[in-house]
Design a protein around this ligand. Sequence first.
Ligand SMILES: *Cc1c(COP(=O)(O)O)cnc(C)c1O
Length: 358
Amino acid sequence: MRAFNFSPGPAALPDAVLEQARDELLDYRGRGLSVMEMSHRSKEFVDIAQSAEADLRELLAIGDDYHVLFVQGGASMQFAMVPFNLCRAEDTVDYVHTGSWGTKAIAEAQRLAMVNVAASSEETNFDRVPARETWRLSANAAYCHIVANETIGGVQFHEFPETDAPLVADMSSELLSRPVDVTRFGVIYAGAQKNVGPAGLCVVIVRRDLAGRARPGTPRILDYAVQGENGSMFNTPPTYSWYLAGLVLKWLKHAGGVAEMDRVNRRKAAKLYAAIDASDFYHSPVKTPDRSIMNVPFTLADPALDQAFLDGAEERRLLNLKGHRSVGGMRASLYNAVSEEAVDTLIEYLAAFEADHG
Ligand SMILES: *Cc1c(COP(=O)(O)O)cnc(C)c1O
């Protein structure tokens, strides 16, 4: 029996997807070989790649004025690719700082441009998204970067800001969890291993007019235009991860698309937050309006009980609930592939553990 997996990433994948991958592992659709063993230039793989792109475009209603790229290097490589492509060393770029991934994105950008941290909730330990009125955006920023969902702190933008500069969003831990109006963004990127597929792949959605402006000296492999012109096959792409992401996208379409995911994800998160809020034993550190639908950090009244909580969870096959070392406590990640049954089982366990130790 499969466990209930609340891992922040690499994270749970749908059973149906893994079963299909297993069935096709040795002999992909009668071709007599595994997807892992195929040329990325073969007709079979090019079909896999193109269907994944088409399905992603359909699921998020992405227009032809955007490139959709499937590249390696993770979201962390985008921390560098964004400034390489969208600005010059002397340009100012705005960053809104709502957590640990923002810290890393800012550190990378500081090597490549003049960073203005337009707003930060660091002083309150990243418990919120700073109110829009308090942001100090630059007059001529090349772009404005946000982390749509801070995976570690569990802080999420529920509304996206209007900015004069192109808006760039790290959506690693939320892409495909809800509908998003892509036209509001210059660049959206997401490491796949949270909500899209396995590790090794990063999805990048780039407005075409922003590609082709990379600064001189940009390595070609890091140039959005080069990746776009080559259909993300400038070099060998992560073929098996791309294939698995494609299976996830088909599963998503079958399950009702992102609007349905949004409904279910909201229901899952609402129940869990309600259980946490109803108890004095558990505590959510994030301000209510900015709480993440995907990653729910919570603490126990007595941290000395943390290990007993995790041990008891594991006995019930509730896995990977330990919070990030920078925050402590617990974190339940509720990505698309985490079932409502998993969340219900977790909520029952919260009550049982409190009854024994509260
Ligand atoms: C996991 C994560 C990253 C880092 O992803 P890598 O693929 O490991 O580079 C960046 N940003 C956010 C929001 C994440 O959740």
